[in-house]
Design a protein around this ligand. Structure first.
Ligand code: MG
Length: 148
């Protein structure tokens, strides 16, 4: 029985190319259901688990100073660990969105559209300033002070 469960998970491994949020949502729902863990997957519990995993991800970078893109000098074991913690964060985020009834993919696309309006290329290209610096120049802004 255990072998069968492990092999079904192993089928999901590989290069990950083409995996969708919907695939992950279903796998997480199945994973929880098989273990009777739905009872523990309340929005609050999942949020706290997500925050804990963000902490574990942060620990990998803690005390290293600035790290160049591509992580030159990191060995395969370190990169594998990074992939595991990134996955923990993603999986809890997907599960949290699912139990909250949020279409995460759709919400992310909508948020990117909002961000694109907030940060018009002509005003912010090459600048790391927050959008409020462009708001007076961008008549399309609603003047909100929400975070990105
Ligand atoms: Mg973890």
């Amino acid at each position: 029985m255990k072998e069968k469960e492990d092999s079904s998970i192993a089928m999901a491994e590989g290069d990950g190319e083409g995996v969708t949020l919907g695939d992950l949502k279903k796998k997480m729902a199945d994973f929880a259901k098989e273990r009777d863990w739905d009872q523990f997957h309340s929005p609050r519990n999942l949020l706290l688990a997500l925050v804990g995993e963000v902490g574990e991800l942060s620990e990998i970078f803690q005390w290293r100073g600035e790290v160049p893109r591509g992580l030159p000098g990191w060995d395969e074991k370190e990169k594998e660990h990074l992939g595991e913690e990134l996955s923990d964060v993603l999986l809890y985020l997907v599960r949290l969105a699912d139990v909250c009834g949020v279409d995460l993919g759709g919400a992310a696309l909508r948020k990117m559209e909002i961000n694109a309006r907030k940060y018009p290329v002509q005003y912010c290209k090459g600048s790391s300033k927050k959008y409020i610096h462009y708001a007076s120049e961008n008549s399309g802004s609603n003047g909100s002070t929400d975070e990105l």
